[in-house]
Design a protein around this ligand. Structure first.
Ligand SMILES: *[C@@H]1O[C@H](CO)[C@@H](O)[C@H](O)[C@H]1NC(C)=O
Ligand SMILES: *[C@@H]1O[C@H](CO)[C@@H](O)[C@H](O)[C@H]1NC(C)=O
Ligand SMILES: *[C@@H]1O[C@H](CO)[C@@H](O)[C@H](O)[C@H]1NC(C)=O
Ligand SMILES: *[C@@H]1O[C@H](CO)[C@@H](O)[C@H](O)[C@H]1NC(C)=O
Length: 352
């Protein structure tokens, strides 16, 4: 009885960890339960991903954290837009965004999730949390770089992160159709965004600040930088169509729809999509749109966060409330603090 209750608790932990606001699963629970049970219980994994999970139970923690990192960043980047990274059916599953149609929002979601997983794996390597990776061995202490300085410290092993993220995230795409090609392309664009934004930190050694010798190491940027880069890519994402080749029954690649030259492929860094986006005004199970009812909006803004655009012309509700807080605090010697109470009437607006 006791054992089963303990197990249930642990499974609860794992389940929670993939919920949008859940706490994250600890490595100890993976160890405590065994890879088989954990990997079978994580909601939303494809069979091939479960197999990878069983072989690499240490990595699944980082992968889950990466998926969460991607989703949190997505919510930040889209906080003022009608689509805010939540879709019908989201929640519970690690990959709840798959129900989105092949829109540019889906493209962003795949790219940012793939970037998050790449990032979290690379970071876990540097922290020594994964069994098969650590710092980049090609940039070992003392090795001379072409630019004349020496590698030193721990360089983030982005190559390992890219490889494992690719193996895991791409394992979902088994169908040979245009949508799968779209997902694979955007997964790669996400990984590339991490790689392209890697930084180098250096330290000078020498008397009184002279840079007689310099040691450097590669670093991961703040994840926000990758989020910003992918948001710019989102704005310029490309409409593509499947290219069937001569005799193929399944598409072999994606080509740009609007292009002067025929059969032109999108760049690796581009986000690509197959379908026009819905306007996300109303709840629609088919497109995954949650609608904007209940979203808060800005009454005076003319931007997409303004009530006009956000509420799609349906109008908004006004909520009045009084905000109170301690203010004008003075410290008296010795020893007490005197404050006034300040209050302000505020209004909040939410879409009808
Ligand atoms: C990495 O390991 C340290 C201690 O070994 C732990 O405190 C930390 O939470 C781990 N981080 C991740 C991302 O797993
Ligand atoms: C680590 O790498 C070795 C050799 O490539 C492999 O045999 C082993 O299964 C790996 N361990 C894990 C936990 O992936
Ligand atoms: C996103 O929008 C949905 C409904 O449109 C809302 O329920 C949810 O709270 C929003 N999420 C965030 C983080 O603003
Ligand atoms: C609402 O929008 C206006 C104009 O864009 C801006 O000045 C103001 O700070 C916004 N208010 C809130 C609460 O975000």
């Amino acid at each position: 009885m006791g054992v089963s209750r303990h197990t249930k608790f642990m499974l609860g932990l794992v389940y929670l960890s993939y919920c949008v606001y859940g706490n994250f699963l600890a490595l100890s629970s993976v160890v405590a339960l065994g890879a088989n049970i954990i990997c079978n219980k994580i909601p939303g994994l494809a069979p091939k991903q479960r197999a990878i999970c069983r072989g690499r139970p240490d990595a699944i923690v980082a992968i889950g954290e990466g998926a969460k990192l991607g989703h949190t960043e997505c919510q930040f980047q889209f906080r003022n837009l009608r689509w805010n990274c939540t879709n019908v059916g989201y929640g519970g599953s690690m990959f709840g965004y798959e129900q989105l149609t092949g829109s540019r929002e889906a493209a962003f979601m795949y790219a940012i999730s793939s970037a998050g997983v790449t990032y979290a794996i690379t970071q876990s390597c540097s922290l020594g949390n994964l069994t098969n990776c650590s710092c980049d061995k090609d940039k070992m202490d003392g090795k001379l770089a072409p630019e004349g300085w020496k590698w030193g410290g721990c360089s983030a092993d982005i190559k390992y992160g890219l490889k494992l993220a690719r193996k895991f995230m791409d394992a979902r795409e088994i169908a040979e159709n245009a949508r799968s090609l779209m997902n694979l392309h955007n997964n790669r664009a996400g990984r590339k965004a991490v790689k392209d934004n890697m930084g180098t930190d250096c330290k000078c050694h020498g008397v009184s600040g002279s840079c007689t010798t310099k040691t450097c190491w590669t670093t991961l940027p703040p994840f926000r930088k990758i989020g910003d880069a992918l948001k710019r890519r989102y704005r310029k994402s490309k409409l593509v169509v499947p290219y069937l080749g001569r005799r193929a029954r399944t598409p072999i690649s994606l080509i740009l729809k609007r292009s002067k030259r025929p059969h032109r492929k999108p760049r690796r860094s581009h986000l690509v999509f197959l379908e026009k986006s819905p306007n996300y005004c109303d709840y629609d199970q088919k497109t995954g749109s949650m609608g904007t009812a209940g979203r808060s909006c800005n009454r005076t803004s003319l931007a997409p966060d303004g009530c006009d655009l956000m509420c799609c012309g349906r109008g908004y509700n006004t909520h009045q409330y009084t905000k109170t807080w301690q203010c004008n605090c003075k410290f008296h010697w010795c020893c007490y603090v005197n404050c006034n109470r300040c209050s302000e009437r505020t209004e909040e607006y939410t879409c009808k």
